[in-house]
Structure formats: structure tokens, C-alpha cells
Design a binder for this molecule. Structure first.
Ligand SMILES: Nc1ncnc2c1ncn2[C@@H]1O[C@H](COP(=O)(O)OP(=O)(O)OP(=O)(O)O)[C@@H](O)[C@H]1O
Ligand SMILES: [Mg+2]
Length: 431
């Protein structure tokens, strides 16, 4: 890592963000100092990512920030775009919520990390390459330097983005959902890494929906609701004895507090994969993988990042061909009833089409009443709202089986799938 730039304080005062005359974020005040990370929690669409973008200087042009954001006294909002760009990577780095959107699709991941050492750190090419290899090794991607982003899983892209943010060694690191898409082991290692960044003297602003991550990072926690910071204080206080009703509701909604649902009787098989095998080149993902989904069931596939879970789903949906094995679907069920809820929701939407238009097309396709969908049709949405919109599409188009029974199929890193039945893990629990 390049040595962290020595930044002593980020102070945000009365930050508001408007879209035209409409306020989206209102009067946010908070500060960050070395040794005291701050984590923002809060409902989807509450403005967490917009705060991060306002600090970074990457708000879309149609949004206007007011108030002050001072980095060691320098007012960022008053700075010119050129001045702000000069700080990118050097003073401030952003680990974005959707890492694969930030990675260059035309470039192997190793050179993308090396570039940071070369152009931000001013290192010679051989040293940059060696450091990039070490950065990738640190996040378990030592083998992946020659891969392009499209050849990597969602969790691998996430880790590559972490390696890039770490390589930059800027004084302020903003991590927007750094553990999204990662299994529990990797999540813990990312948290450990973020804590190391704090110990190395970097200021850390983390945005997460994972309360365990906020708890593990410690420091200060802020809770956002409808564009406002409704609660802020030491992590143990806000997460231990929350004072604001929304903070209490948020903590109660944590999956840790979910009830285990009773298992409902399951019906006939709707979808099955038999003896599935898939390899990419010499990389064997799985073989002899059997999976079956019966009416009334929830089936979960779990396993480490990059082990092939998304590929299993894509094979079952007919989006990817297995090397061997077969997929059976219940006869007389329309292909439209087999749907995918995407891991990276923005990838599921055409960027130049409004959500309204997409939902209208869907309602037409399924001969549904448009009135049902009207409320979901805002033109610009937060990432998790994209996810909600995806779920709306998924719910409507998916098999009508009630989902109250869960089974879990685990793919282990050894590539040999284990079948667990019935579900006995948290990952298979659903509300
Ligand atoms: N370019 C834009 N124009 C208008 N509104 C926008 C724009 N970008 C985001 N918004 C709105 O701002 C609000 C906050 O968005 P933001 O992405 O900050 O939410 P978030 O708290 O990060 O949510 P999530 O947890 O889902 O990522 C949302 O209501 C969103 O629809
Ligand atoms: Mg966000």
C-alpha cells in the first residue's frame, strides 16, 4: 500500500442535496477523525450513497449539494471539479456500492490494481505490478490477475475493488457496502482489513446494511432515514440501546432476529438439475451437482465467493449450458414463470429507460393492470430500490408456489457439492 496520506479530519456541516427544488438529503452533520471510523446505516434510498458521492465529488450533475464538507479545513463543495479530481485516489478513495460498474470491463484486473501504484503512487512498472500482485493476494485473488471483470463473480469483483481502494492508500476511505455479496468468512476478512486501514491512520466512512459489520467496526454509527441523520453516537450506544424509534425498528429487522419458519409440505418438482457439471477452462466449478425445487419450497444454494452459485442459477434458467447433466422443468409451465432476481440489480435494467417504462412493459407482457405498479415508477432510484423493483418483477412473474419451506444446497470450495436437507442454516431462512 502507498503510505496513507495524513488527513486529520473530515467535517460535514449542514449538508443538503437537492434535485431541482426537491431536497433528497437534509442537514447532515458529522465528522471523522483518525482512529474513529464512522458507519452509516439506514433504509434503502435514505441518501447514504449520496452523502458518499458528495464527499467524493461524484454527484450526478442534476443534483446540487449545499452546506460544507471540509477535509482538513479545505471546503470540498466550494472547490472546482479539477481540484476535486486531483484528490481522487490521493486524498479520498471510494469503494463503490456496485464494484463491477467501477472496474474497467476491457482491462484485466491485475493491471487495474497496478495502475493505482503507477499513476497515483508514482511507482515504476515492475514495482507496481509486484505490489498489485500482493494486493490481490491479500484479498484471495492471487490467481485472478489475468481475468477480466466479466470472468469474475460478483464477490470477486467486490474484492478486486477493495484491493484497488487499498492500493490507493488515500487518507480518507469511503466504503459503500464493502461486504455486499461476500460470504461470512470474506466479510470478516474485509472488516479486519478495514480496521487495519483505521489503525494505519486512514479516516474511514463505511456504509452498510449489515449490522454485524457496523458492530465489528466500532467507532461511531449514524442512522439515516428519508435523507436525514436521525441518530448518531458511539456504536455500542446506538446499536446497544438505540434511542430513536427508527433505529430500534432497524435493529429489530436484522436477520439475526428473524423467526425460523415452520416447514410447509412440499409438492411436485418444478425444476431440477441432474448431475450438473461446469468448468471455465481448467477451473472446475462443480460436478455431479443435483438440485431440485418442489412447489412450496425455498431452496438455498450457499458457498464461498466465486464457487459457482450464480452459474448454477443460470444453468437452471437456461442462460448457461452445463458441460454435462440436464435440467428438467415442469411441463406446461411457461418459460416466463422461471425468473431471476439479479445479484447486481442495476445490470438488470436498461440504463436509459425509466423504471416506469420497464414496469409498464412487464405489466403489458403479463396482461396485468398497470395501476398496481404505478407507485414504483420513479425515474431515478437508489441501488437497493433497483433491487426492490427487481423483486417486484420477480414476484409477479415467478411461480405461484407459496414459499415457506427451505432446503439448502452448499457448494464447497472443494467443488464437491453437499446436499443438506432440510435447511439448517441461516442463509436458507426467508421471511
Ligand atoms: N440522479 C438522481 N436524481 C434524482 N434522485 C436521485 C438520483 N440519484 C439518487 N436519487 C434518489 O436519492 C435517494 C437516495 O439515494 P441513495 O443512493 O443515496 O440511497 P442509499 O441510502 O444509498 O440507498 P441503498 O441502501 O439502496 O443503496 C433515493 O430516493 C434516490 O431515488
Ligand atoms: Mg447506496
Amino acid at each position: 500500500m502507498n503510505a496513507p496520506a495524513n488527513i486529520r479530519e473530515l467535517r460535514i456541516s449542514e449538508l443538503s442535496i437537492h434535485s431541482g427544488a426537491t431536497p433528497i438529503v437534509r442537514n447532515i452533520s458529522l465528522s471523522l477523525r483518525p482512529g474513529q471510523p464512522l458507519t452509516l446505516l439506514g433504509e434503502s434510498g435514505s441518501g447514504k450513497s449520496l452523502v458518499a458521492q458528495a464527499v467524493m465529488g461524484t454527484l450526478p450533475p442534476e443534483l446540487v449539494a449545499s452546506g460544507t464538507i471540509r477535509l482538513d479545513g479545505a471546503d470540498l463543495i466550494a472547490s472546482s471539479p479539477e481540484e476535486r479530481r486531483k484528490r481522487w485516489g490521493r486524498a479520498i478513495s471510494l469503494l463503490p456500492q456496485e464494484p463491477w460498474l467501477a472496474l474497467d470491463p476491457t482491462m484485466q484486473v491485475g493491471p487495474q490494481v497496478a495502475e493505482v501504484h503507477r499513476f497515483v503512487g508514482g511507482q515504476a512498472a515492475p514495482r507496481s505490478n509486484a505490489r498489485a500482485r500482493a494486493n490481490l493476494d491479500d484479498v484471495g485473488l492471487g490467481h485472478a490477475g489475468a481475468l477480466y471483470p466479466f470472468q469474475m463473480s460478483g464477490g470477486m469483483c467486490q474484492r478486486a475493488a477493495i484491493a484497488i481502494a487499498h492500493a490507493a492508500g488515500s487518507g480518507l476511505l469511503i466504503a459503500d457496502e464493502p461486504t455486499k455479496g461476500l460470504d461470512a468468512d470474506l466479510r470478516d476478512s474485509v472488516v479486519t482489513r478495514l480496521k487495519q486501514e483505521v489503525e494505519a491512520g486512514r479516516l474511514l466512512l463505511t456504509i452498510t446494511h449489515d449490522i454485524a459489520v457496523a458492530r465489528a467496526l466500532g467507532g461511531m454509527v449514524g442512522i439515516m432515514l428519508e435523507g436525514q441523520l436521525v441518530d448518531i453516537g458511539p456504536a455500542e450506544l446506538v446499536l446497544g440501546a438505540p434511542s430513536h424509534p427508527y433505529s430500534r425498528a432497524l435493529l429489530d429487522a436484522d436477520p439475526e432476529s428473524w423467526d425460523q419458519r415452520a416447514q410447509a409440505p412440499s409438492g411436485d418438482a418444478v425444476l431440477a438439475g441432474r448431475f450438473l457439471a461446469k468448468a471455465f477452462g481448467s477451473h472446475v466449478l462443480f460436478r455431479d451437482f443435483d438440485v431440485e425445487v418442489r412447489a412450496g419450497e425455498i431452496v438455498a444454494v450457499t458457498g464461498p465467493s466465486g464457487c459457482g452459485k450464480t452459474t448454477v442459477g443460470n444453468i437452471l434458467l437456461g442462460l448457461v449450458k452445463p458441460d454435462t447433466g440436464s435440467v428438467e422443468r415442469r411441463k406446461n409451465v411457461s418459460p416466463l414463470r422461471f425468473q431471476k432476481l439479479y445479484q447486481d440489480p442495476p445490470a438488470a435494467f436498461p440504463p436509459h429507460q425509466t423504471i416506469r417504462r420497464g414496469l409498464r412493459d412487464l405489466a403489458k407482457l403479463h396482461r396485468l393492470q398497470w395501476a398496481m405498479w404505478r407507485n414504483c415508477s420513479r425515474a431515478f432510484v437508489s441501488t437497493r430500490t433497483c433491487s426492490t423493483a427487481c423483486r417486484a418483477r420477480f414476484r409477479e412473474a415467478s411461480c405461484s408456489a407459496s414459499r415457506s419451506c427451505a432446503r439448502c444446497f452448499s457448494i464447497r470450495s472443494s467443488c464437491l457439492p453437499t446436499r443438506l436437507h432440510p435447511a439448517s442454516t441461516r442463509s436458507a431462512r426467508r421471511r
